[in-house]
Design a protein around this ligand. Structure first.
Ligand code: CTP
Length: 414
């Protein structure tokens, strides 16, 4: 993850409760990354946490005082047990990471015997918990019942991972890596955004059209723009389904991914979900042609075909099939297409928007070095169905995605 500012996080105030687990050192990385992303991070450490990591470490990465006890001043003029009310009130979110079995029990039963416990009681901000403990402890009825109580009160559980513990045992209970934790924070903070309650279907990546068991035809699309759109839609509170032909990209937290290979599979998956979608964004680079036959066996160079001739046939146009069904379904309400062009950008793009019945078309000139396939930036022009045209400056794919999502939210709000 790069540390480019994320609109949803920039300027937010997050309370990070750190409790006594060997995973404390990973919470340092979380505090550091959040701070780099423009978040004001206030750390509250339990006494046990201080056995693993010193408050100075968190202070160094956050540039802020660290709160360690109810009875000492945290650097301000008020005693900490009074200051915590202010901390609790001004926070946008409280995340307890790592959360031990002991702290989960305290939170579930309303104990108020340390600074973190009283802050959790005093805050009205959303609370996230990221348990980290030995697998047998995590599976114990006591821990599971405490988690159920907390979730019943609206606390969000970040599921621990399966893996090897410091004890050498393997099981469920491992503390997740920072990107997953930040994903969970984004997901929780975005919940009340402009796309709250809306279902978005987004396609990404270049389809693969098989030729034989080992070969396929594809294109240079990386899927990065589609994944950035999925993240921006999730940040805006949407339920996102990502129909992905991309490889090697990590899906944003909370986004449902349906992996597909070919244009045909992508079409079938899009059509299956069309009726449930409020908006569809076709960011995928769909192969226009596929091999007419798929060989069951690997094509040998000694097969007698010299030179080898490939016969290609046309793939279905997914957006055209969506347009046809939309007449009866009236869904999705908003359809967005992309157009990668190497000449006459606007004229070709306008023609595509009209032919494919789109509400928005995002056009980019693939001859520009800093835009299009496989780079992290994009330079696009957004055309709309009313004849409007908006050229965006060169920006990261994340920022382009945020802008497109804002336009989708506006259209859905009309
Ligand atoms: N698209 C689609 N089905 C296809 C091909 C493309 O739904 N078989 C979608 C793409 O996801 C994109 C838009 O149509 O949102 C435009 O894609 P593009 O490849 O630029 O357009 P084509 O219709 O393939 O036109 P051409 O290749 O001739 O420029």
């Amino acid at each position: 993850m790069d540390s480019e500012r994320i609109t949803l996080l920039d300027g937010k105030r997050i309370l990070l409760g750190v409790t006594g687990s060997i995973a404390c050192y990973k919470a340092v990385d979380l505090a550091s990354k959040l701070t780099q992303l423009g978040v004001q991070v206030d750390v509250i450490m339990t006494e046990a946490a201080q056995q693993f990591v010193t408050p100075l470490t968190f202070q160094a990465v956050t540039g802020r005082p660290v709160y360690t006890s109810m009875w000492t001043s945290g650097g301000g003029s008020l005693p900490t047990h009074v200051a915590h009310v202010g901390l609790a009130e001004s926070a946008d979110l409280l995340i307890v990471a790592p959360a031990t079995a002991n702290t989960l029990a305290k939170l579930a039963h309303g104990l108020a015997d340390d600074l973190l416990a009283i802050t959790a009681l005093a805050t009205t901000a959303p609370i996230l918990i990221s348990p980290a403990m030995d697998g047998h402890m995590y599976a114990s009825l006591a821990v599971q019942e405490n988690l159920a109580i907390l979730q019943g009160r609206g606390v969000t559980l970040i599921e621990p991972e399966t893996g090897r513990f410091a004890s050498g045992l393997v099981g469920v209970g491992r503390f997740p890596e920072t990107p997953k934790l930040i994903g969970a924070i984004r997901h929780r903070l975005g919940r009340s955004g402009a796309l709250k309650g809306k279902n978005l279907v987004i396609t990404a990546g270049g389809t693969r059209e098989p030729l034989d068991p080992v070969r396929f035809i594809t294109n240079r699309s990386s899927g990065k723009q589609g994944y950035a759109l999925a993240q921006a839609a999730a940040d805006a509170g949407a339920e996102v389904m990502l129909i992905s032909a991309a490889r090697g990209l990590t899906a944003p937290y909370g986004v449902q991914v349906i992996p597909v290979e070919s244009a045909y599979q992508m079409q079938q998956t899009v059509l299956t979900h069309q009726a449930g979608a409020d908006a569809l964004i076709m960011a995928a680079a769909v192969a226009d042609f596929r091999p007419r036959t798929i060989s069951d066996q690997k094509i040998k160079k000694t097969s007698g075909n010299d030179p080898l001739t490939l016969h290609l046939e046309k793939n279905p146009d997914i957006l055209l099939s969506v347009k046809e069904r939309r007449r009866d379904l009236h869904r999705p309400r908003v359809v967005v297409g992309f157009a990668a062009e190497s000449e006459d950008l606007i004229a070709h793009a306008r023609e595509k928007l009209e032919r494919k019945g789109l509400d928005l078309l995002v056009a980019n000139d693939i001859t520009a070095k800093d835009a299009g396939f496989d780079v992290d930036t994009n330079r696009v022009v957004i055309l709309d169905a009313r004849g409007g045209q908006e050229a965006l400056e060169l920006a990261s794919k994340a920022h382009v995605a945020e802008h497109i999502i804002q336009r989708v939210a506006q259209l859905l709000g009309q």
